[in-house]
Design a protein around this ligand. Structure first.
Ligand SMILES: CC(C)=CCC/C(C)=C/CC/C(C)=C/CC/C(C)=C/[C@@H]1[C@@H](COP(=O)(O)OP(=O)(O)O)[C@]1(C)CC/C=C(\C)CC/C=C(\C)CCC=C(C)C
Length: 630
């Protein structure tokens, strides 16, 4: 015999535990609201419904298999409402969280098609619900099945009203999220019925079996309840995305809303966003967001991969910030556009930023005033809407100063110049990222974020020594690290003249000799970020650091160190689950490199480099400080 509690202990709770463990690092306050709201709705409605059908003997349980009965229903059944809701919603999150909800909202879809998609199924569902209500006569064969239909169809009609197009856009994820939990729960049901834990009355059901010991009504129950849960998850994701995009960012501590009318307002906003059809939303708002998101997806697989780990709202903001940074960086870097024109465009961006931070409603600027490429205007509009209200203008202007340094092809003469340039283009980004994640960051945390920017920028430069020279005729290495002949080779694209060993030593000087100064302290800053953002930042930075790791593991010096997709995903998962990170490999690679260069003859290196490198390495003799980011 199998008790109902054993059904939970052997079949439902282990699966739920595994799902929640997998999702733990990705859990956000939005998820807390989703789980809490859907469990509360499922528990409250299912408790009443289940007591009604057990009262009419549609199914019953073996008295020896339950620990207690509340009303007409066993305690374990009430537990099942919560467990099933959590299981299906968690699985849906696992399947669908990797794509940004806003990218599935399409305000420019044809209105007529939208009306048909939205209202025709609603009419069908409501008519089924009414007919089922009339057919649900106790002690008849249609009673149980009809009760399932009148319980679920009206809810499905409501959910379809609030998210039909979104669900259609995500049909693959929706189908997977419905089918797999349904199959599993039907199997558990079959096992329990075969074991005699509970029994479905033939008096109130059709007697049609979908599989041995699995009545049609049970299959219908699990299928439709899972459809409700998945549709509800989609509806909440869509509504939250709309709220965030329109600045009505719903704080998800709804459970405290009783003592704060602001949260009631936000709950009302969430309901209003649920009610809005895609066509009622501004097409430009979503077009700008999709443009920024496409820039991230196409320009940096490292950051795009890592972005999937962040909570949805933060992910969206970081993606828009990336789109702004990339679109404006491309203005400075676009060699096909005359320098003077690029300088004018950069001045226009500065003016736009000035206007943006000078007004209370940055999204309402007159964008026709700014003569910039359309993708740049889109990125700026999305930036104005989602990022500007949370940022300080100084960091944005600092970034533009870095672009101006590049545009003027200013040279990096000393390490101080390199650090200053890197602070402009990377520390500013670290500061902006932090302000998007942490509404009121303290100055210490901001400084650590700025340090992290330096770490990534130095990695970037170490990776791009060859491509910067060959493609941009640029050299970001301090001139006082190089001989005049080497500087000449770098700025004329003849970087290969330096030789592999020299290039490696320069890269190592950047990574192990400089970047690691900031890496350790930057790490402590991550602990100050919101918990649901820490994994993402660790992942974003670790993916980037893996580039440096690859650089050091190479025998020669690669044209551009590359981390494979599978390796990026592995690094992200390692970072997120907080196991040992690439720095272990990085540490080992640095130790190997140190042993190699101290053991092997250094005759082929010039004296200048020798003294510098030995000076750097001497400080580490016996205590190989590696580039330990985490
Ligand atoms: C997860 C996610 C989407 C993060 C977005 C981060 C972001 C907004 C990056 C902007 C990158 C960018 C294009 C900046 C313009 C200037 C520039 C090129 C900077 C260099 C970046 C290289 O980016 P990418 O690899 O895409 O470009 P290339 O292919 O090399 O041309 C930089 C190396 C700077 C990157 C600096 C950061 C991302 C800041 C890191 C700091 C944090 C995330 C803050 C951490 C917080 C604490 C408290 C430690």
């Amino acid at each position: 015999m199998l008790t109902y509690m054993e059904v939970h202990l052997y079949y439902t709770l282990p699966v739920l535990g595994i799902l929640l463990a997998i999702l733990r690092p990705f859990h956000s306050s939005q998820d807390t609201f989703k789980y809490g709201f859907l469990c509360a709705m499922a528990f409250s409605t299912a408790s009443l419904w289940d007591n009604y059908i057990v009262y009419h003997r549609a199914w019953w349980y073996c008295p020896l298999c339950v620990t207690a009965v509340i009303g007409y229903v066993p305690l374990e059944e009430y537990m099942f409402f919560i467990i099933m809701s959590l299981m299906t919603v968690a699985f849906t999150n696992l399947v669908m969280r990797w794509h940004l909800p806003s990218t599935f909202i399409k305000p420019d879809a044809p209105v007529f098609k939208s009306i048909i998609i939205r209202y025709l199924p609603i009419a069908v569902l409501l008519s089924i619900g009414v007919r089922a209500w009339n057919s649900a006569v106790p002690n008849t064969h249609l009673f149980y099945g009809s009760c399932i239909l009148w319980y679920t169809c009206p809810v499905l009609a409501l959910l379809w009203f609030g998210s039909s197009e979104y669900i259609c856009s995500r049909y693959k994820g929706v189908l997977i999220s419905i089918v797999l939990p349904t199959i599993y729960l039907c199997w558990v049901d079959k096992v329990a019925i075969a074991a005699g834990t509970w029994h479905i009355s033939l008096r109130t059901s059709t007697g049609i079996m979908v599989a041995p010991s699995l009545p049609l009504e049970e299959f219908l129950f699990f299928l439709l309840i899972n459809v409700v849960l998945v549709f509800a998850t989609c509806a909440i994701d869509r509504a939250q995305a709309i709220l965030h995009l329109y600045g009505m960012n719903a704080a998800f501590s709804y459970f405290s809303f009783m003592n704060n009318s602001e949260h009631v307002t936000r709950l009302v906003n969430l309901t209003y966003a649920f009610y809005l059809s895609d066509q009622a939303l501004h097409a430009d708002t979503f077009h700008d967001l999709h443009t920024a998101w496409r820039i991230l997806k196409q320009a940096s697989f490292s950051f795009y991969t890592a972005s999937a780990v962040f909570p949805t709202n933060v992910r969206q903001d970081l993606g828009v910030l990336y789109g702004f940074c990339r679109a404006t960086d491309d203005i400075a870097d676009d060699e096909e556009t005359p320098v003077e024109q690029r300088k004018e465009q950069l001045a226009t961006v500065r003016q736009c930023i000035y206007d943006m931070f000078a007004t209370k409603n940055p999204a309402a600027l007159d964008w026709s005033r700014y003569d910039l490429p359309s993708s740049c205007i889109s990125s700026l509009r999305a930036f104005a809407r989602l990022c500007a209200p949370k940022l300080q203008v100084d960091a944005v202007n600092e970034l533009l100063d870095g672009y101006e340094f590049d545009l003027n092809r200013s040279t990096v003469e000393t390490e101080a110049d390199l650090e200053c340039y890197s602070a402009c283009v990377a520390s500013s980004v670290g500061e902006m990222c932090t302000r998007l994640m942490l509404p009121y960051p303290d100055s210490w945390t901001i400084e650590r974020a700025r340090d992290m920017g330096l770490v990534l920028q130095y990695t970037n430069i170490a990776r791009d020594i060859v491509t910067d020279s060959q493609e941009l005729r640029r050299c970001y290495l301090p001139r006082d690290w190089l001989s005049s002949k080497e500087s000449e080779a770098m700025t004329t694209g003849c970087v290969e003249e330096l030789g592999q060993t020299r290039l490696r030593s320069l890269a190592m000087k950047l990574l192990v000799g400089r970047a690691d100064r900031w890496a350790g302290q930057a790490r402590r800053g991550i602990d100050r970020l919101p918990f649901d953002c820490q994994g993402g930042v660790r992942a974003a930075c670790a993916v980037y650091m893996a580039i440096g790791n690859e650089l050091i593991k190479e025998k020669g010096y690669p044209k551009r160190a590359y981390v494979s997709t599978s390796q990026r995903i592995w690094v992200v998962l390692k970072s997120v689950y907080k196991t040992s990170l690439p720095s272990t490999g990085f540490l080992q690679a640095s130790i190997n490199y140190y042993n190699t260069i101290t053991r092997s003859s250094q005759k082929n290196l010039n004296n200048n480099n020798n003294s510098n490198r030995h000076k750097i390495m001497k400080t580490r003799k016996g205590k190989q400080r590696a580039f330990c980011l985490f």
